[in-house]
Design a protein around this ligand. Structure first.
Ligand code: NAP
Length: 299
């Protein structure tokens, strides 16, 4: 249980509703900032403005998936007010307080390190990334279905990268009856891809493997689907780039060649906010309990 633990949430999207529910179930004290438009708030939850004083007792501060932008703005679908997290806010957190977010921009990283405040990037964790790969792959399949006039079954697909997202993507495509080629850069990934029934190749040889591709999913966060590659892709193909912005595709050249290429960021929060919220909530609760245990042992 999280009895006696103070958690402040600033902004976010539908995922936060699931987190709030779970925190309350675990008896945490929950304070909401930037949730003015939320019609009803659960019993025992408080709502306040973003001030340094409001954060003085926060054991944990939960920010949205992308913590802040480069100037400290925090996105909230629950308010029309501008939320800006400043140095004063971070400085007012208790010394043992921690900031939790999906991923942090340098602005937030620097603020936290300047004030000795722990920063946890939840999406960096293997467990969270693997759980999140499930709604990501489902969202990518949804986009593939919506943007093609052929079935995934019987298609030739390519997945670039065999990390946490790539592996789930490749297995989902295989499960639907696609012939899946997987682009890797390590021999051990090549061997694993072969063992799993995919057709592996090395990413450096990508140009030799695209001539019959129907669906190309990229998970590599550097430019790999270059103009030279796109020049060899059939016109019917669809490229779905899952890598974080700006993706790994030369979108300008794809458009010029008339090949549909879509950058698809943030799919878990879009296609399955409840599941995505639960993934965050479960990991956060676990980490908060661990921290509370450590504090008790140190006391
Ligand atoms: P990951 O586990 O680190 O996998 C990345 C893969 O890219 C690994 O296989 C890695 O190979 C490969 N790679 C990296 N640089 C490469 C290069 N220069 N050449 C060849 N291969 C390279 O990451 P992930 O969790 O799967 O996430 C992948 C991307 O998707 C990230 O940008 C992440 O932010 C994004 N993402 C997007 C969504 C969405 O909704 N669209 C959801 C989740 C994640 P090695 O294993 O050899 O390093």
């Amino acid at each position: 249980m999280l009895t006696g633990i103070h958690v402040s949430l600033i902004g976010g999207d539908a995922r936060q509703l699931e987190v709030i529910e779970q925190l309350i179930e675990m008896d945490a004290s929950v304070q909401l900032i930037g949730f003015d438009n939320l019609q009803t708030i659960p019993n025992g939850v408080t709502r306040t403005k973003l001030t340094p004083e409001a954060l003085e007792h926060a054991d944990a501060l939960l920010l949205p998936a992308v913590g802040t932008d480069d100037k400290g703005h925090v996105v909230s679908i629950f308010t029309s007010e501008e939320l800006v997290l400043t140095e004063e806010h971070i400085a007012s957190l208790p010394k043992h307080g921690k900031v939790y977010t999906g991923m942090a921009k340098p602005y937030l990283t620097e603020l936290c390190s300047r004030h000795g405040i722990g920063l946890v990037e939840l999406f960096d964790r293997d467990d969270v990334a693997i759980y999140n790969s499930i709604p990501t792959a489902e969202g990518a399949l949804m986009m593939a279905i919506q943007n093609t006039d052929f079935t995934i079954h019987g298609s030739n697909s390519i997945v670039l990268g065999m990390g946490r997202t790539g592996l789930t993507m490749a297995r989902a495509l295989q499960g639907l009856g696609s012939t899946v080629k997987v682009g890797v850069r390590r021999p051990e990934h090549y061997a694993r891809a072969w063992e799993m029934g995919f057709k592996p190749f090395y990413v450096k040889d990508l140009a030799d493997f695209v001539s019959d591709v129907d669906l190309l999913f990229n998970t590599i966060p550097v430019l790999v689907v270059t103009a030279q590659i796109i020049a060899k892709i059939p016109h019917r193909s669809l490229i779905i780039d899952l890598a974080s912005k700006p993706g790994g595709t030369d979108f300008r050249f794809a458009e010029k060649r008339g090949i549909k290429a879509l950058l698809a960021p943030g799919l878990p929060g879009i296609v399955a906010p409840k599941t995505a919220g639960r993934i965050i909530a479960q990991t956060l609760s676990h980490l908060l309990m661990e921290d509370a245990g450590k504090r008790r042992n140190d006391a």
